[in-house]
Every structure is written in structure tokens, then in C-alpha cells.
Design a protein around this ligand. Structure first.
Ligand SMILES: *Cc1c(COP(=O)(O)O)cnc(C)c1O
Ligand code: SF4
Length: 343
């Protein structure tokens, strides 16, 4: 049967797209999540203020990969709002990587030669407690709407920019129609070679990689000069299950190059065994490890920090056990630096 045209999908009632339903049905109540896992909320150190400031959000399919009864589950720790987030933590700030100083137009960050990054939405399927943009002013710093022409003009005027990164928030939380329209405008800029998408959705809600998305990406790869690169975000091997591997296969089939970035997180992946297993699981799903980020010192995330000396030991052990192509570059982002500095 001939697949319906892209436009048919785009105009489809949002509720008929399973990923949209799953997104809308995400768990938002810490009590509900803990009940599902058979954990006692009284003993988890939940933070009401943390929940108010950056509420829990986790798709049910992702919660299903958490181990019931384990209060230290590495997936749970990434999403649970804790009281310790609001403890004073000197050196931890709202904008640890200097995003606001690098804003060339609303929502357009230009830090590195050759690459411009667009923060095209503040919406995510999951709220990661360590997110360095958890305090980002998404409302005013938005390159869409009235500011879109300004972003396009900025990129078009700079032939040295050959890659645009769609970021957020999670760019894949936008409808295909919006993505296709933005990518179409970008594809008309002759000096652009690559369109990169930084997204956690294929990991936390793999149903997002549906026929409509794959169709759009395949067209982009086939019919424009833009080579698609999809950089997913997984931190622990338990995040990669069969559904995620299937989503990766569909993205690769659409012609996208697949990479992963992770953050080194205390209690989640701060040992070489876990990181090696993550690299193996990614490779088995057709994804190469790209970056392992040192934690950005964002307010609320201090309890995730791994000291540099310890991180160095972990990286040394990782290099000793994996082929070089499965060892991510351990990098940190410093405000004003010309690239993410390898450590
Ligand atoms: C991380 C980042 C990039 C991408 O850097 P690469 O080293 O190319 O992956 C680009 N722009 C901004 C603003 C970034 O924060
Ligand atoms: S998905 Fe990405 S942007 Fe969204 S909260 Fe997690 S780390 Fe932040």
C-alpha cells in the first residue's frame, strides 16, 4: 500500500499519533511514579520545591525500564525531584555554560565556528534533573514565530556556518510539520551541509520515530544537500531496550548518522563497567558514543557531580577495555571557550 503523503500525516489529528498520546500521558506526579515502582515516598527524600520549580515528567515506557523496588535505580535517579536539589551549592548557577552571552538572536546560540544552535522549543518528553538548561528562559529566547526570519538571516549571512543544530528542549517534541518547515527554510541556504538534531525522544519515547518522522528525514537526506545527523542522549545501558533499538534502525534507514551524548552522573553511570555496557548497547543499536559531558554546574544538580580526578580514573579504565571508537570524548563546556574542551 502506498504510504500517505507527508501532508496527510501532518494534518492528522494529533491524538491519532500514538507518540503524542504517550507524550500527553507522561507521569507528572512523583507519588504515582514511586507507587508504580513499589517505593515508599517517605524514604526517597522528595523535594516539593524542586518539583514546583522543575516538575517531574517521565513517559510511562521509560518508567517501565526502571527496576521496581530499587530506590537507587539509575533511570529513576535521573528524573526524581529531590529535596537536596535546593540545598545551597556554591558555584552552581542558572546559566553555567554561558548560553545567554552566546545568543546571537533570540534562541540562536553561536559559540563555535561553523555551527549554530537553535533552541527551537522548551518542551521535553522527560525532565532530567541535571539538565543545564533547566533554568533557560525558553519563553523569550525563541527563534520561532516573529524571530525565525532573524535567525535565518543570521545564518544566511555567514558562509562559515555549515551546520545547524536543532536543540531545545527537545526538537522532536515539535510536530513533523514544524520540523519540515524549518528544515525546508534551512535547506535553501546554500552553504549549509549538515542538519543535526539533539534529541532524547528516541530514547525515552521511541514511538516518536514513526512513519511520518522517518518519511520527513528520508526526504531531507535524499532531496536536499543537508546530511542529517541525529545525536541521541542516553546515560545508562538500561535505557536502551528493543523499542529504542528499533527506533535507531528506522533513523539509520532514513539516512541519518547516529551518535550519542551522555553526562557523567554520580550514582547513575560513574563507573567503567556501566559506561562500557552503555557503549556496547549503543553500538549494538547502530549508534556511536560521541561525548561524555562533565556535569555542567547548574543550580539543582550538585548531587550528580563526579570530581575530575575520579572521572579521569573512570576514563582510563574505559580506554583499557573498549576499542577506541566506543570510547566517548570526555569533555567540558566552559563559557567563552571555542570548543568543548577534552579533559
Ligand atoms: C555543544 C554545542 C554545539 C555543538 O558542539 P560540537 O562540538 O560540534 O558537538 C554547538 N553550539 C553550541 C552552542 C553548543 O552548546
Ligand atoms: S531531554 Fe535534554 S533538554 Fe530536556 S530536560 Fe533532558 S537534558 Fe534537558
Amino acid at each position: 500500500m502506498e504510504a500517505p503523503a507527508l501532508e496527510t500525516y501532518d494534518l492528522e489529528n494529533a491524538a491519532s499519533r500514538p507518540w503524542r498520546r504517550e507524550l500527553a500521558d507522561a507521569i507528572r506526579d512523583p507519588g504515582e511514579l514511586l507507587a508504580l515502582l513499589g517505593l515508599d515516598p517517605e524514604r526517597m527524600g522528595l523535594g516539593a520545591e524542586a518539583q514546583r520549580e522543575f516538575p517531574l515528567r517521565v513517559p510511562r515506557g521509560y518508567a517501565a525500564r526502571m527496576r521496581p523496588g530499587d530506590p537507587r535505580d539509575p533511570l529513576l535517579l535521573q528524573v526524581l525531584p529531590l529535596a537536596s536539589e535546593t540545598d545551597p551549592a556554591p558555584g552552581f548557577s542558572a546559566d553555567p555554560v554561558g548560553d545567554l552571552a552566546a545568543m546571537a538572536a533570540p534562541g540562536l546560540l553561536h559559540k563555535y565556528q561553523g555551527r549554530a544552535l537553535l533552541v527551537i522549543t522548551g518542551a521535553c518528553a522527560v525532565h532530567c534533573r541535571y539538565c543545564f538548561r533547566r533554568h533557560f528562559p525558553y519563553g523569550e529566547a525563541n527563534p520561532a514565530g516573529e524571530h525565525w526570519a532573524e535567525s535565518l538571516a543570521y545564518i544566511a549571512a555567514r558562509p562559515e556556518i555549515d551546520e545547524v543544530i536543532l536543540s531545545g528542549g527537545d526538537p522532536l517534541s515539535l510536530p513533523d510539520r514544524r520540523l519540515a518547515s524549518m528544515a525546508g527554510d534551512l535547506a535553501a541556504i546554500p552553504h549549509l551541509k549538515r542538519l543535526r538534531i539533539h534529541t532524547r525522544l528516541p530514547v525515552v519515547l521511541p514511538a516518536r520515530v514513526d512513519h511520518g518522522l522517518v518519511r520527513w528525514l528520508s526526504r531531507l537526506a535524499r532531496e536536499t544537500a543537508l546530511k542529517p545527523v541525529v545525536v541521541i542522549h542516553a546515560n545508562h545501558p538500561h535505557e536502551i531496550d528493543g523499542a529504542v533499538a528499533g527506533a535507531m534502525k528506522r533513523l539509520a534507514g532514513a539516512g541519518a548518522v547516529l551518535l550519542n551524548q551522555s553526562v557523567l552522573l554520580r550514582g547513575v553511570n560513574d563507573d567503567p563497567e556501566t559506561l562500557a555496557a552503555l557503549s556496547e548497547a549503543l553500538f549494538a543499536a547502530g549508534v556511536l558514543p560521541y561525548y561524555l559531558h562533565r556535569l555542567d554546574r547548574v543550580r539543582g544538580a550538585a548531587h550528580f557531580e563526579v570530581p575530575d580526578a575520579e572521572a579521569e580514573g573512570i576514563m582510563t579504565a574505559l580506554r583499557a577495555r573498549l576499542p577506541g571508537y566506543l570510547v566517548p570524548a570526555f569533555v567540558c563546556e566552559e563559557p567563552g571557550a571555542p570548543y568543548k574542551r577534552p579533559l
